[in-house]
Design a protein around this ligand. Sequence first.
Ligand code: ADP
Ligand code: MG
Length: 303
Amino acid sequence: MAEQWSDGQQTGTAASAPAPWSALRAALAETGIAPDDGTEAIARHLGAPLVVKLGGSVGPGETVLQEIAWLRQVGVWTVLVHGGGPLITAWLDRVGKTTQFVDGLRYTDGETLDMACMVLAGLVNTQLVAALGALGGRGWGLSGVDGALLRASVRDARLGLVGEVERVDADLLQFLCARGYTPVLAPIAVRADGQPLNVNADAVAGVVAAAMGARELVFLTDVPGVLDASGQPLHRLTPSACAQLAADGVIRGGMRPKVEACARAAAAGATSRIVDGRAPYSLLRALCVAESGTVVVPDAAER
Ligand SMILES: Nc1ncnc2c1ncn2[C@@H]1O[C@H](COP(=O)(O)OP(=O)(O)O)[C@@H](O)[C@H]1O
Ligand SMILES: [Mg+2]
């Protein structure tokens, strides 16, 4: 067990509970998860990166940065992808910028893209990295423009400067993780000609999880999971079940790109979980409690 929990820096067992594990075990106990079961579930994440998408709807998250810092200290690599849509809207309102909508979707003109870069890569990213550092983590903030980490092309000219990611430089993320950093990624990509493009953060999380060979992708959002037509959480879905729910109009709006990202991750063998990120220790719960939120497993897993 000691080797299994080692990342080359720390070794330990549940019984001896070295310092990095003891904080996690205390948090698990506080959450009502038996610490031995929780540590076993967390230990399964050693050796494969975890991708966490923090929704703009959740803000900085209750405890998620602390959880990510502790997880890294015991050897679990996390790549944190963040959104920030509500804050972009607030700043656009603040400067009196009016937004055009095309079929209910925001049209991203040059000024809107500038604001997205300022808010996402500037403000939100900097604040998350700073807060993670104060909690004992080592965040490395970057957007998809840095090192051309996320290469994209325009998704639909009618929506303006919105990108669809075509290539992820997973090596760069692996490199940062291996050096002890937690990449904190703002969802801005770059076109081959150097034009930055706004990309949906859920989509970024999906392609990053697929490119990194992540074991699990966790969406922290403002609902308890995917809800059915009567508002009840659905606990287990496949990409094809998600597609049907979207076709039926049950999955709409901000939930659509999440389930599409889950499908993308599933095609690469990753399990995704959509959970309520507003509660304390929601990430630990997502990793350790099988019934938390909605899990999206590859179609093959259900056959
Ligand atoms: N079937 C559904 N189940 C749950 N949420 C849904 C569903 N269909 C649409 N939604 C909406 O998706 C929202 C989450 O997406 P979004 O607001 O973009 O949050 P985030 O900032 O986490 O991306 C929910 O608050 C809800 O309004
Ligand atoms: Mg969203």
